[in-house]
Ligand binder design. Structure first.
Ligand code: PGA
Length: 250
């Protein structure tokens, strides 16, 4: 059952990023003080490159935009090249005019994880909630670091990563050795993500096909965290043909 999830299937992976970038750019043009939610990983990299290009060539300003990131490795500080703070500065923030103090990435070196997570949730509330959150999806259906079994109303919290996620993030794209991957992370919860007014999930490649099929055609089930988006009022999956290959009705 697909619930409310809207599906856009692109011919190939290259067509996914421009669609996502256009959704962000349209939002920021209509609301220059938009609150955006961001993700890391390979999937959104081209979207961020496209947004940086639109900023340069079309004067799209992020000067009033506030951002929140989904997650951060526990134990890494923002200068570490594999931290998600570093990723965001490198792929997006350093190339646009967003104010650094308006970018919120959880602090992986916080003294107290609970206080850090609560402050993150409070900050989201204080700016009126997230207008649009972009997501990737893990091969096991995770969203952010909400691994299978995460509850629908889970808040921002400290979690353990599954071996599957550790292996996926040490395949040479990011860490080169599984032993280097932190075992824990701070992550926005599924409840946190579901509060965003609009959600756009991106997926490319055959490795995501089973997770996309489970999220859309499968039951509303914590064993596939992305399926917990089925009842969201404004959620769109933008995928390529390979990621759509196991869906029932495409
Ligand atoms: P990826 O990760 O974009 O690097 O495939 C997505 C995820 O694990 O959420």
């Amino acid at each position: 059952m697909a619930g409310n999830i809207k599906l856009v299937v692109c011919d190939d992976g290259a067509a996914v990023a421009p669609k996502a970038a256009t959704i962000f750019a349209d939002l920021i043009r209509s609301n220059p003080a938009a609150v955006i939610g961001l993700a890391t990983g390979s999937t959104p990299e081209q979207t961020y490159a496209d947004l940086a290009r639109i900023h340069q060539s079309e004067n799209l300003s992020f000067a009033q935009v506030t951002s929140f990131n989904l997650d951060e490795y526990w134990g890494l500080d923002g200068d570490h090249e594999q931290s998600y703070r570093y990723f965001m500065n490198d792929r997006l923030f350093n190339h646009i005019d967003i104010r650094p103090w308006n970018t919120h990435v959880l602090n992986g070196k916080a003294v107290n994880s609970q206080l850090e997570c609560r402050a993150f949730e409070d900050k989201i509330l204080s700016v009126g909630g997230v207008d649009l959150w972009i997501l990737g999806i893990g091969g096991n259906g995770h969203i952010a670091f909400n691994e299978p079994g995460s509850s629908v109303d889970s808040p921002t919290r400290l979690v353990h990563l599954t071996q599957e996620t550790i292996d996926a993030n040490s395949d040479g794209r990011f860490f080169s050795d599984p032993a280097e991957v932190p075992r824990c992370a701070l992550t926005a919860g599924i409840g946190t993500i579901r509060q965003a007014r609009q959600i756009v999930l991106l997926a490319t490649g055959a490795k995501k096909a089973a997770a996309i099929a489970a999220a859309i055609d499968g039951p509303f089930d914590p064993n596939c965290p992305a399926s917990l988006l089925q009842d969201h009022p404004d959620c769109t999956f933008i995928v390529d043909r390979e990621a759509a290959a196991e869906l029932q009705n495409t």
